[in-house]
Design a protein around this ligand. Structure first.
Ligand code: FAD
Ligand code: SF4
Length: 338
């Protein structure tokens, strides 16, 4: 681990000033991902700018009935916040499906968005990795790729984004508020994370000198018909092989609005309006759920060890839609659909 300087930012303007002054500096919030990466010599910041005491820890209602979540709200506080638990239970479920209680107490909302892939080669500095060291090659494509992407991958990188929280944020159409030297801007969550293309080292559209200040949720939280289904090797403390966030709105027995996002399958939380169109205006039955899954996965392909994920994702989507339609977010009960 390299030597580094440490400084504490006093406010958001100060944080932006400090990060703009040193391209090799990094913000540190909860430190649950960054410190691990520094210990593995993957991240080598010249300076850590501690933002953990900035006043970005509130959850507030917005005038339009949505929610504004400060970037430093701990994951645990967010999941158990009454407004989140009542109005956005999909988000609460996704957060509680991640990491451990101790980690969720430390991890921040902003840091969760920026956590880096869990590809083992990315962590192993003895192996080639285009994300860690552009141009060296991708060890995973012909290596151990059981946990890797089946959608949106490139010849340069087949890593996945590991966050659970971000999958729910994608299904909820969240936006990310950031501040940089030129002022504030808002980024749709769909545009926040990047696909790898030929620049897998660039993971988000956040500029290096910008700080995330908040996440904003629109009013629609799908509180009645939702689920977050996470499939993994262990029941807890494991990253998703496949996860599915579903929100449904009904008009009688017809689906008025559907939102469907996948985690553990791509470099970013995966969503495709074509799959939702298959559901909208139709009844909630097995045939329509299967069609939606087939549409969402029409371009899915494995790289050997992870071929099983295509089938797993197919079944997970149908099961998650079933749970959401039945308003039984944690069960496999088939009350409503054939
Ligand atoms: C053993 C283990 C298991 C885990 N399991 C899961 C899991 O199952 N599911 C899951 O979703 N996550 C899991 N996590 C990841 C965990 O959720 C993240 O490490 C955490 O959310 C990161 O938040 P942090 O505040 O600690 O970020 P930090 O480590 O402090 O920072 C991460 C990155 O974000 C940057 N950053 C932080 N805040 C800001 C900001 N406001 N603006 C700009 N840049 C910022 C930092 O510079 C750094 O690059 C696990 C982590 C561990 C260690
Ligand atoms: S999948 Fe991406 S992160 Fe993993 S070795 Fe290949 S380039 Fe590196």
């Amino acid at each position: 681990m390299i030597n580094f300087q440490y400084v504490r930012a006093t406010n958001v303007t100060d944080a932006v000033r400090l990060i703009s002054a040193d391209p090799a500096a990094k913000f540190i919030a909860g430190g649950t991902n960054l410190i691990d990466l520094m210990k593995e010599d993957v991240e080598r910041p010249s300076r850590l700018i501690d933002i953990s005491r900035l006043p970005l820890k509130t959850v507030e209602q917005t005038p339009d009935g949505g929610l504004r979540i400060g970037a430093l709200v701990p994951n645990a506080d967010l999941a158990y916040h009454p407004l989140v638990a009542q109005r956005y239970p999909m988000l609460a479920s996704a957060i509680l499906a991640g990491a451990s209680a101790q980690l969720r107490n430390m991890a921040s909302t902003g840091g969760n968005l920026l956590q880096r892939t869990r590809c083992a080669y990315f962590y192993d500095t003895a192996t080639p990795c285009n994300k860690r060291q552009p141009g060296t090659g991708c060890s995973a494509i012909t290596g151990l790729n059981r946990s890797h992407a089946i959608l949106g991958a490139s010849e340069a990188c087949i890593a996945t984004h590991p966050s659970d929280m971000c999958v729910a944020l994608r299904a909820l159409d969240a936006t990310v508020q950031v501040t940089g030297p030129k002022g504030e801007r808002t980024i749709a969550i769909s545009d926040f994370h990047c696909l790898p293309g030929d620049t897998p080292q660039r993971e988000t559209t956040l500029e290096p000198n910008e700080i995330i200040t908040a996440i904003v949720l629109p009013p629609l939280g799908f509180a009645a018909n939702y689920t977050y289904l996470k499939l993994r090797d262990r029941l807890s403390y494991a990253f998703a092989l496949v996860s599915v966030a579903v929100g449904l709105e009904f008009d009688g027995d017809r689906i008025k609005q559907a939102s469907l996002a996948l985690g553990g399958v791509a470099h970013k939380p995966w969503r495709d309006n074509a799959a939702e169109t298959v559901l909208q205006g139709h009844v909630a039955d097995q045939a329509n759920f299967t069609r939606a899954a087939d549409t969402l996965l029409r371009d899915a392909k494995g790289f050997g060890h992870n071929d099983f994920k295509v089938d797993l994702a197919q079944r997970a989507i149908v099961r998650a839609l079933t749970q959401a339609a039945n308003a039984t977010p944690q069960s496999q009960s088939n009350k409503k659909i054939a």
